[in-house]
Design a binder for this molecule. Structure first.
Ligand SMILES: Cc1cc2nc3c(=O)[nH]c(=O)nc-3n(C[C@H](O)[C@H](O)[C@H](O)COP(=O)(O)OP(=O)(O)OC[C@H]3O[C@@H](n4cnc5c(N)ncnc54)[C@H](O)[C@@H]3O)c2cc1C
Length: 453
C-alpha cells in the first residue's frame, strides 16, 4: 500500500460532510484538495438557502468526538429536552424526547458548525480548501476534474486520482457518475416545501419563548416549528404543500399570509414581526429523498452524505447520518488496506441499508410531527413507551431514542420499531390510561418479540 501522504484525495463540497471527512482523511496522512462552489463562509455572508439551524444528536456528536472536535462544537449548541406543542387555542404542552437528563438533541447553527469544521480541517495542515470552485463534471477514463472558477468565470481541468462527492442533494459528482452509466438515480420529492422565518431575540436579549425545546405547531397537513439560536432568536420553518388550496402557491399577498397565520398559528404571529416581509423574501425549499445505487464507480469515485442519500428532515438526521458516513468510511479505509474499490464497496454495503431505513423513518416521522403529537393518544403511547423502557432497559427502547440517543444501525432501528409499534398497538387497544395497561401481557410480549441489544 502506498503511504497515504503519497496520495491526494479530491473532495467536492466543503459543507458539513466534506469538511468533517477531510479532517478524518488528513489525520490518516492523506493530502486533501477540497473544492467548494460557494465563497468562504468565514469571510463572506453566504445565504445558505437551507436550514439555518439543525438538530445535532448522538450519531453526529460521536463523529465529532471521533474527529477530536466535539468539545469545540458543544458550546455552540443549545440542548432541547423535548417538543413544546402549541395548540390552535394557544395552550402549550411539553412532550419530552427522552427520560434521562442526557437525552437531549442540540440546536446548532449550520454556518457556525461549518466554519468550525473548515477551520479544524485547515489546521491539520493537509487540507487545502479552494472556494468559489465548482465541479462541473468528471472525465472518468482520463481521470480529470472539470472545474469552474466562479469568481473569474473561468473553466479549467485538473488531473485527479479519486473523487469523493460530498456536494449535497444536487450532487454534480453523482450526475457525472450517472452520465458515465455507473449510477441509477431516483429523486422522490414530497408535496410539501418549506420556508424559514425568524423570531428575533427579546428586547434587551434573551429568548421570547422557552429556549430548551423544539417548538411545534402541528396542524395535521402542515406545521410550523422553531429551533433556538444562541443569539436569542429562533429560526422557524413552515412546512406546507407547495400547490393546492392550502399551499405556498395560494399565499400570494401579505393579507393572505397574515390571515393564514392568524387562523392557524395565532400565538406565533406577535413573535414574528417581519412575518409578511420574510415570507416573500425567503424562498420555498423543496424536500425529497435521494435514492441512488451504487454509490461508487470502481476505485475512482464515491458519493457520501446527501449526495448519496438526502432524506426529508423530519427526524433531524440528515447531517447526523452524513457524519456517521464519515466515521464508517474511516473504518473501511482501515479494513481494506489500500484497495480503494474494496473501501468503496464495503462502505456502500454497510451504509446503503441504513440510509434506506432512515429515509423511511424520516418520512414516517412527518406524520408524527404534523399530526400525531397533537393527539392525547400519542401522549399516552409515549408514556407507555417510557415505562416499557424502564421495565426492559436495553431491550425496549423508544424509536425516537434509538435514532437520536443511540448509535444502533438505522436498519435495526426500523426493524425493532416495527415490532414495538405492534406491541404498543396491542396494549393500547385495551387501555385508555397508563393504569389500565396490562403490564403482565406487556412484559410477555417484549420478552417474546424483542432480543436484547
Ligand atoms: C429544512 C431542513 C432542515 C434540516 N434539519 C436537519 C436537522 O435538524 N438535523 C440533521 O441532522 N439534518 C438536518 N437537515 C439535513 C442536513 O441539512 C443535510 O443532511 C446535511 O447538510 C448534509 O450534509 P452534506 O455535507 O452531505 O451536504 P450539504 O450540507 O448540502 O453540503 C454540500 C456542499 O457542497 C457544495 N457544493 C454543491 N455542489 C457543488 C459543486 N458542484 N462543486 C463544489 N461544491 C459544491 C455546497 O455549496 C455545500 O457547501 C435538514 C435539511 C433541511 C433542508
Amino acid at each position: 500500500m502506498p503511504h497515504p501522504s503519497d496520495e491526494t484525495l479530491d473532495l467536492i463540497g466543503a459543507g458539513l460532510a466534506g469538511s468533517l471527512l477531510s479532517i478524518l482523511l488528513a489525520r490518516r496522512g492523506f493530502e486533501v484538495r477540497l473544492f467548494e462552489a460557494r465563497p468562504d463562509l468565514r469571510t463572506h455572508t453566504v445565504d445558505g438557502g437551507r436550514s439555518i439551524n439543525l438538530a445535532l444528536s448522538a450519531r453526529g456528536l460521536h463523529a465529532l468526538e471521533h474527529a477530536g472536535i466535539k468539545d469545540d462544537v458543544l458550546p455552540l449548541t443549545i440542548p432541547m429536552r423535548g417538543r413544546l406543542v402549541h395548540d390552535p387555542d394557544g395552550t402549550t404542552h411539553f412532550v419530552p424526547y427522552g427520560q434521562r437528563p442526557s437525552e437531549v438533541i442540540r440546536s446548532v447553527s449550520r454556518a457556525e458548525l461549518n466554519r468550525r469544521l473548515m477551520t479544524a480541517a485547515e489546521a491539520t495542515g493537509r487540507v487545502r480548501i479552494r472556494f468559489e470552485t465548482r465541479c462541473t463534471g468528471i472525465d472518468f477514463p482520463e481521470r480529470r476534474l472539470h472545474l469552474r472558477d466562479e469568481a473569474r468565470g473561468r473553466e479549467e481541468t485538473t488531473p485527479t486520482t479519486r473523487v469523493i462527492g460530498c456536494d449535497g442533494a444536487g450532487s454534480a459528482v453523482r450526475m457525472a457518475m450517472q452520465r458515465a452509466g455507473a449510477v441509477r438515480y431516483e429523486p422522490d420529492f414530497i408535496a410539501h416545501g418549506y420556508k424559514e422565518l425568524t423570531i428575533p431575540p427579546a428586547p434587551g436579549g434573551g429568548w421570547r419563548i422557552e429556549k430548551d425545546a423544539l417548538h411545534i405547531w402541528p396542524r395535521r397537513d402542515f406545521m410550523l416549528i422553531a429551533l433556538p439560536n444562541l443569539d436569542g432568536s429562533f429560526t422557524c420553518t413552515l412546512f406546507l404543500r407547495r400547490e393546492g388550496r392550502l399551499s405556498f402557491a395560494a399565499l400570494t399577498t401579505p393579507e393572505n399570509v397574515r390571515s393564514f397565520f392568524e387562523a392557524h398559528f395565532p400565538d406565533a404571529v406577535p413573535l414574528i414581526p417581519r412575518l409578511t416581509e420574510e415570507f416573500f423574501e425567503n424562498p420555498v425549499g423543496a424536500l425529497g429523498t435521494v435514492r441512488c445505487e451504487p454509490w461508487h464507480l470502481e476505485d475512482a469515485a464515491l458519493l457520501l452524505g446527501d449526495a448519496a442519500h438526502a432524506i426529508v428532515p423530519f427526524f433531524g438526521q440528515g447531517m447526523n447520518c452524513a457524519f456517521e458516513d464519515c466515521v464508517t468510511l474511516d473504518a473501511c479505509i482501515d479494513e481494506a488496506d489500500g484497495d480503494w474499490e474494496q473501501v468503496f464497496t464495503r462502505f456502500g454495503a454497510e451504509r446503503k441499508p441504513n440510509a434506506d431505513a432512515i429515509a423511511t423513518l424520516s418520512l414516517r416521522n412527518f406524520i408524527e410531527m404534523r399530526d400525531r403529537v397533537a393527539d392525547p393518544k400519542f401522549l399516552l403511547r409515549k408514556k407507555v413507551e417510557f415505562e416499557l423502557e424502564r421495565r426492559h432497559p436495553g431491550v425496549f427502547i423508544p424509536a425516537y431514542s434509538m435514532v437520536s440517543f443511540h448509535r444502533i444501525p438505522y436498519a435495526e432501528v426500523l426493524r425493532r420499531s416495527e415490532i414495538q409499534e405492534r406491541i404498543l398497538d396491542a396494549l393500547l387497544s385495551r387501555a385508555a390510561s397508563l393504569d389500565e395497561v396490562d403490564w403482565q401481557t406487556a412484559d410477555a410480549l417484549v420478552r417474546e418479540e424483542l432480543d436484547p441489544l
